[in-house]
Design a protein around this ligand. Structure first.
Ligand code: NAP
Length: 303
């Protein structure tokens, strides 16, 4: 069924979400804080709106912005809850802290809007291919069901993981493992390189071993061929690891690995080495620290 949907936040992820909704035949309104991000979506049939109040005229509003601060700005003064029209359901796909999700849910509830926390797992290309998955949580079961229904047109599966901000926590836990795995891949690739092992051959073996995964396969080009075109930024991963470290502190759960990898991403951001690159640029940092020069893989890079 065609629904009027608004997509708020046209970064790498928001654009991919909007493309899927347009391809499924929905009427899609799009809004971004900075101008110039909607043109490509408009050429595919989206309607660009200038204010959040205009975006809020849609039945369902899906937001994908950077972080806690950005999410808070969506429900602040002049935000999407401030105008005369409000969506029935607000679905937020941003990766945020549980407290930011709860604050957004409370503001929404006070305005008669049902809020569903729906962080996404999968980079924008994964979303484009229809393979992304979503973790869902919220306090209104009907809204959660409606969210799952519309996200069928976007991703491969939705998992209802609890009420309140449970989905935000599930997403932080998942991304902590991604960050740790990326650091591990960077370390072993540089170790192999120093030992004279071709990174393409190393990744081919890993991908076919018990620890091979969709993630190791996605990152094979990055590790073997240094294809570091950004799918997710070092800043974004640092933000998620910091949120996981904060959650560990607040809940009295020591998390030494997450803390250590947060430091590595902080170094990557502070040095500028990962600027404008994918978070897989960690490999450049590990190589620099080790004084290893990364040579091009001479083996066919495995898919
Ligand atoms: N990319 C991935 O692989 C991936 C995967 C899963 C989840 N996520 C999550 O999805 C979210 C978006 O990621 P992304 O990769 O799309 O990031 P991005 O490309 O950096 O886009 C960030 C978006 O947030 C907006 N924004 C930033 N601060 C804002 C503020 N104060 N008020 C309003 N809008 C603001 C930006 O608007 P401007 O254009 O005005 O700056 C832009 O539209 C993040 O929470 C990320 O952790 C990303």
């Amino acid at each position: 069924m065609t629904t009027e949907v608004a997509v708020v936040g046209l970064g790498k992820m928001g654009v991919a979400l909007a493309e899927r909704l347009l391809a499924a035949g929905h009427n899609v309104r799009v809004w971004n804080r900075s101008p110039g991000r909607a043109d490509h979506l408009v050429s595919r049939g989206a309607i660009a709106v200038e204010t959040l109040a205009d975006a809020a005229r849609a039945d369902i509003l899906i937001s994908s912005v950077l972080d806690d601060t950005a999410l808070a700005s969506l429900h602040g003064t002049d935000g999407l809850l401030a105008g005369p029209h409000r969506p029935q359901v607000w679905i937020d796909c941003t990766t945020v802290s549980p407290s930011a999700a709860i604050a957004a849910a409370s503001a929404a509830a006070a305005s008669g809007v049902a809020f569903v926390s729906a962080p996404v797992s999968g980079n924008p290309d994964v979303v484009r291919s229809g393979s992304a998955i979503f973790a869902l949580s919220g306090d209104d079961p009907d809204a959660v069901a409606r969210c799952a229904e519309i996200l069928q047109d976007v991703g491969r599966a939705s998992y209802v993981v609890g009420t309140g901000a449970a989905a935000a926590m599930v997403k932080l836990c998942t991304n902590a493992v991604l960050g740790i795995t990326m650091q591990a891949l960077a370390e072993i690739a540089v170790l192999g390189e120093r030992a004279g092992v071709d990174r393409g051959g190393l990744m081919a073996f890993i991908n076919d071993s018990a620890i091979g995964s969709p993630f190791t396969r996605y990152k094979t080009n990055a590790v073997a061929s240094l294809d570091l075109f950004p799918t997710f930024s070092p800043e974004g991963m640092r933000k998620d690891l910091r949120l996981a470290v904060d959650a560990g502190r607040a809940l009295n759960v020591p998390a030494p690995l997450i803390s250590a990898v947060e430091v590595e991403f902080s170094r990557l951001v502070a040095s500028g080495l990962g600027s404008g690159l994918d978070f897989a640029s960690l490999i450049l940092q590990v190589a620099r620290d080790a004084g290893v020069e990364l040579h091009s893989s001479t083996m066919p890079v495995p898919a």
